[in-house]
Design a protein around this ligand. Structure first.
Ligand SMILES: *[C@@H]1O[C@H](CO)[C@@H](O)[C@H](O)[C@H]1NC(C)=O
Ligand SMILES: *[C@@H]1O[C@H](CO)[C@@H](O)[C@H](O)[C@H]1NC(C)=O
Ligand SMILES: [Mg+2]
Length: 271
């Protein structure tokens, strides 16, 4: 039995990263499930453990994204997913912020019930083809005209990989606006503490009662641990063997895949 599996007393819920843990994205059909993960999600759901999915995805609404996962065979619902756009909406409401949106057209419906008249902040997401000079400049003009410019960024990735090559991510555009306006963006998404906290809040549990399972050593594992959770790294998705000797982040445990993690956790909890 792996050492980490002996210290699971008090665990009440699991937080799962999606890409690289449940499935690998890209290609026809939008991706392929990682072997054993469809079953693993089912097992968690019948175990009585609380479950939350936590993703960085900002190119599509949760509806569309979750629909794709359901089509791949996963038992997952929109209200079980913590994603940057809804988290940003919560912040906007709490702080009476009215955003100018520089995001992908497909994400706009997530902001349907947010007041966007007379904007007093900018929200930037992975707008892909919608990152035109015109759209970027319009966002700049809103920010530079504000007494206290607020820029909220849905992630800060530099680039990501698609089937036809590497793509510039939101972080590059966020930096352009930061530079032009001499401001610092507020980032919503992993590894921000608040993002994990909002997932825990939805589950109604404390950090020490939750285990995060992800493939990204810094953003999933490090981010969750920073928030007081325990975290396992799966050897799927973007995992690389050198992650196990990362200079700053050490996972509480390493597992071959989600299926193995869930088997160990359930065996221990049912003792
Ligand atoms: C976003 O991009 C799509 C596809 O290129 C385009 O049809 C749409 O008009 C663009 N929207 C904005 C606001 O630029
Ligand atoms: C998720 O977004 C964060 C910024 O919030 C970024 O640093 C990180 O690279 C992204 N993580 C993944 C797993 O894409
Ligand atoms: Mg991932």
């Amino acid at each position: 039995m792996a050492e980490w599996g002996k210290h699971l007393a008090g665990v009440e819920g699991l937080v799962l990263d999606i890409s690289g843990v449940l499935y690998d994205s890209g290609g026809e059909g939008g991706g392929v499930p990682i072997p054993g993960s469809i079953e693993a999600v089912k097992k968690i759901k019948t175990s009585g453990l609380k479950l939350r999915f936590c993703t960085n995805e900002t190119q599509a609404t949760r509806d569309k994204f979750v629909g794709k996962l359901q089509h791949l065979g996963f038992d997952i619902g929109v209200d079980e997913v913590t994603a940057p756009a809804p988290a940003a909406c919560r912040i906007l409401k709490e702080r009476n912020l009215r955003p100018h949106l520089l995001i992908h057209d497909d994400l706009i419906p997530e902001f349907a019930d947010i007041d966007r008249a007379n904007p007093n902040c900018v929200v930037v997401g992975d707008a892909a083809d919608n990152f035109s000079y015109k759209n970027l400049n319009a966002a700049f003009q809103v920010l530079i005209g504000l007494e206290n410019p607020v820029l909220i960024s849905l992630g800060r990735g530099r680039y990501y990989k698609e089937t036809d090559g590497l793509k510039l991510d939101v972080g590059a555009y966020m930096k352009a606006l930061e530079y032009a306006c001499d401001i610092q963006a507020e980032v919503v998404g992993k590894p921000a503490k608040m993002f994990f906290q909002s997932a825990l809040k939805e589950m109604g549990i404390e950090p020490h009662q939750a285990i995060m399972i992800g493939d990204d050593i810094v953003n999933d594992v490090g981010g969750a641990q920073h928030c007081g959770m325990r975290a396992l790294q799966v050897r799927t998705g973007k995992y690389r063997p050198c992650d196990e000797h990362h200079p700053e982040v050490k996972a509480d445990g390493y597992v071959n895949n989600l299926a193995e993690a869930v088997d160990v956790i359930l065996k221990q909890l049912h003792k």
